[in-house]
Design a protein around this ligand. Sequence first.
Ligand code: HEM
Length: 438
Amino acid sequence: MSSRTTLLIIPREGHTTHIWKSCLGDGIFNVDGELWRKQRKTASFEFASRNLRDFSTVVFREYSLKLSSILSQASFNNQEVEMQELLMRMTLDSICKVGFGAEIGTLAPSLPDNRFARAFDTANIIVTLRFIDPLWKMKKFLNVGSEALLDKSIKIVDDFTYSMIRKRKAEIEEERGTGKNNKMKHDILSRFIELGENPGSNLTDKSLRDVVLNFVIAGRDTTATTLSWAIYMVMTHSHVAEKLYSELKSFEEDRAKEENVKLVQINTEDPESFSQRAMQYAGFLTYDSLGRLYYLHAVITETLRLYPAVPQDPKGILEDDVLPDGTKVKAGGMVTYVPYSMGRMEYNWGPDAASFKPERWLKDGFFQNASPFKFTAFQAGPRICLGKDSAYLQMKMALALLCRFFSFSLVPNHSVEYRMMTTLSMAHGLKLRIARKS
Ligand code: HEM
């Protein structure tokens, strides 16, 4: 699994929909009208469900702990880590678990290669590059070069996805046969398979594939790149790092009191006690308790203001229209809103717009949200991101654990620059040294 340049957002209409079709099929990102409305309705209902939330909380906690143990090992061995790559592995593993119920196991100290993960990355990059490759249609027709590789990669992704669909369907059938229907599975695929059994739902294996892969694509890179930028922002703003650490430490004490447990004695030179304490801390991180970490919430939101994972989001124009400022737009053309610029405009955020200041989101210590039409990292209106709460849940879980137990410094001479593909990743990754905190 090599890259972190991948995708997201689909400018719908005409040739752009066509470009993404190979990857996204008729999934929620790539369709409009009735097809979109139906998927949006079902997916919103699922995302609001307590079952999915509880299942995701367990998954996010488990993978955050895995990452923490890799970092701990690296710090004891004095090894550098490429954090963005580790975060990409963590978010891919977790979204595959939440999406398909599958363990793909890419987040491990040996950085194992995984056929599905590699093919998924390759497909995303090639599809993204179609936007700047005028010859892609010809290559596709002749099945040569990047298009031949794309074909192969999509086949690997599809084989894996269809095998998961068959497996889940067989498991659901078997449980019914044995009358053990109470063991309901909470991954998104299983829920959609069950919904597909309602008369009139018309969910074929192909539509199940599209639904699930769209979620994997939507949630993976966006969350990993935001986490990378957030860690970078925290480590380069010492007052933020201190305030955050202090919030996370007080939280630990409060939670131990609430749970009526003694905190495990920690010795940062002893891997065993360090890991025991991290596990205890992870146990304190629940959906409800994470909701109390306002400063952490502000740190993530401020990161997204300056480094929105989807930096620009183009849209096709259906009909001639006039924008509120009088600009005329023509059917068949494109308009793009640019969260990267909107997040930095003094007009929107005041004279300190360029500064990283989580405090701007707090009032009397509580987090205050801004209108999505001002803070546009998640879009606004009917197509606003469906995974926002889930993304915050995962990001808060991971950052609470990492910023409580570690401090980070940049490997000397490593340069952090953005690469603007469909998502705003770090062009050379994020190479870090890790220190443990007591
Ligand atoms: C920091 C993390 C994330 C950011 C910044 C983000 C941002 C966005 C943006 C800008 C859109 C609008 C795309 C458009 O205009 O078509 C969107 C849509 C969407 N997002 Fe997210 N997203 C994030 C995480 C997630 C996660 C974790 C999931 C699910 C697991 C998710 C699921 C979706 C879905 C399903 C849509 C399509 C909604 C529709 O077209 O009706 N997102 N996201």
